[in-house]
Design a protein around this ligand. Structure first.
Ligand SMILES: Cc1cc2nc3c(=O)[nH]c(=O)nc-3n(C[C@H](O)[C@H](O)[C@H](O)COP(=O)(O)OP(=O)(O)OC[C@H]3O[C@@H](n4cnc5c(N)ncnc54)[C@H](O)[C@@H]3O)c2cc1C
Ligand code: FES
Length: 264
């Protein structure tokens, strides 16, 4: 919904030293994978995934990166923010055996997905990876859902040493323990998702893309992907296998605020 509303921050929680969750009391009706545009009217409006959503409240979970997110980190409970949304496509909710693969703060949209999959009765495994222990998000929240969770860190400071794709590859190649998945979901850096695509085989999947967004309503064209011209703010950010396979720019380049292509 493109109507702007101004909301009070009801709760702020620390997830890691540079990731916080902000909760607002508002019925948003967002589905897993959807995002909002948020501003404090002091410069910039930014896309952020809905990390949790219930009848009367929703949350966003934010990594401090640059100017806007640093300013957001200065906000206190009771301060006001203005939002539009929720926007975009959402994840398919399977009731089969599913694997969720997350990398770094890219894992953020996977929590609401895991919650909805759990309600649908899916058999869920999550690989939650990050560069180092301090960058891991939502490990406890995933555990609270009672689902299988495998934690990986690139430097081995927590869980298995290596990337989430290394673990996914091992699980998908292991025919003996009957880890046969019906559906795979991934969220994280594009290079991670591209590596994952290479080991998925013929299993159906959906990936969520975080590209530079400005209008979020399909007008400016900044978030289109070659050669299909898919607007990630409308037809995405969640894309199914049949579309991802046709994207020639996937893992090769993205666009900056001016629309200029930047090589990964
Ligand atoms: C659909 C979607 C969902 C997202 N969900 C989350 C989330 O749940 N949590 C989270 O922490 N981050 C999320 N992001 C990324 C988030 O929008 C950026 O981290 C944020 O905009 C950075 O702004 P900044 O001013 O702090 O940093 P800047 O210094 O302005 O930018 C740092 C980097 O952030 C990215 N970025 C900046 N502006 C935008 C923009 N308008 N659109 C997309 N990327 C941008 C670029 O890669 C840029 O290089 C999401 C992005 C998209 C497109
Ligand atoms: S952000 Fe403008 S078309 Fe998608």
């Amino acid at each position: 919904m493109n109507k702007r509303i101004t909301l009070k921050i009801a709760k702020i929680e620390d997830e890691t030293k540079d990731i916080k969750t902000f909760t607002f009391k508002h019925k948003l009706d967002a589905k897993p994978g959807q995002f909002i545009m948020i501003t404090d009217f002091e410069g910039g409006e930014k896309p952020l995934s809905v990390s949790d959503c219930s009848e009367d409240e929703f949350s966003i979970t934010v990594k401090k990166i640059g100017e806007f997110t640093s300013r957001l980190f200065q906000k206190r409970e009771g301060d006001f923010m203005s939002i539009r949304g929720a926007f975009g496509s959402s994840f398919f909710i399977s009731d089969g055996k599913v694997l969720l693969v997350g990398g770094g703060y890219g894992s953020i949209p996977l929590y609401l997905l895991a919650k909805c999959l759990s309600e649908a009765g899916a058999d869920i495994s999550v690989i939650n990876g990050a560069r180092t222990k301090d960058d891991l998000v939502f490990c406890d929240k995933f555990r609270e859902l009672g689902i299988k969770i495998i934690i990986t860190t690139d430097d081995g400071t927590f869980g298995e040493k290596g990337s989430s794709v290394d673990v996914a590859k091992r699980m998908l190649n292991n025919r003996e323990n009957e880890e046969k998945f019906d559906f795979i979901y991934a969220a994280g850096p594009e290079m991670m998702m591209q590596a994952l695509q290479g080991v998925i085989g013929d299993i159906q999947y959906e990936f969520i893309f975080e590209r530079y967004m400005k209008c979020a309503i399909g007008i400016c064209g900044n978030c289109t992907m070659d050669p299909l011209g898919i607007r990630l703010c409308v037809e995405g950010p969640v894309l199914p296998k049949k579309l991802v396979e046709q994207l020639t720019e996937f893992g090769k380049y993205h666009r900056d605020a001016t629309g200029k292509r930047i090589r990964y």
